[in-house]
Design a protein around this ligand. Sequence first.
Ligand code: PGA
Length: 262
Amino acid sequence: MHARVAAVGGNWKMNLDLAACRTLAGSIASAARAETFGCEITLFPPYPYLPAVESQLRGTSVRLGAQDLCERPNGAMTGEVSAAMLVDVGVTTVIVGHSERRHIRGEHDALVAAKLDAALSAGLQAVLCVGERLEDREAGRTLDVVLAQIDAATASITAGRFSGITLAYEPVWAIGTGLTASPEDAQPVHAALRAWTRDRFGALAAEALRIEYGGSVKASLSADLIAQPDIDGFLVGGASLSADEFLRIVRSVEQSSLSTAP
Ligand code: PGA
């Protein structure tokens, strides 16, 4: 049963141009005006297109997200973008610790923790990503890796601020590869993340926590994943670049929320 409001994010990564961002956001905004979604939707365009997407989404329930932020508030940090700047242009949510930042850009646990702190301090919601590489999974280290990642990222976070976090379990071997984790692969990891949260922040925090799955999510597989008790939504990359496919994923989540409501 999903007592939590499910959440679906569209992580557009470094794709599209201004016109395509406007068209894609406009299609999702139109759908949001025409129907009431049973889940929270957030779009994460590239930085330069945030204002254009914000103007498309204005007046709808669809939220504006950013893919990353700087851990520092201001100053000599060429090329970086602060949490306050994101808030200024209407961003409500920011992705922290995405595996492409960790593994391509070399972001380590301490930096992820500092970014999480900066996001929450500015009043942003954070989507904190964790996930194991293929070699970790094959060596049976999946839970060790993801629990160490959440432990490190939240080391200085108080229970009060933990409510600003949505987790995203994104196995690195599934991201952008077309290899979606099966419900049997993903559910135990989600359950372990919730159990860890119960131990660290208490039962209420654990029950309220949303844990999205990410990694080659597509509409044909989303209903089976969302039916799992600890999967509360999705962080969608490639499939979020098509309005039709993304909205099919959103609707599969919504139907699950409705059919399992108490
Ligand atoms: P993907 O990306 O859906 O293209 O695998 C997911 C993500 O990186 O958030």
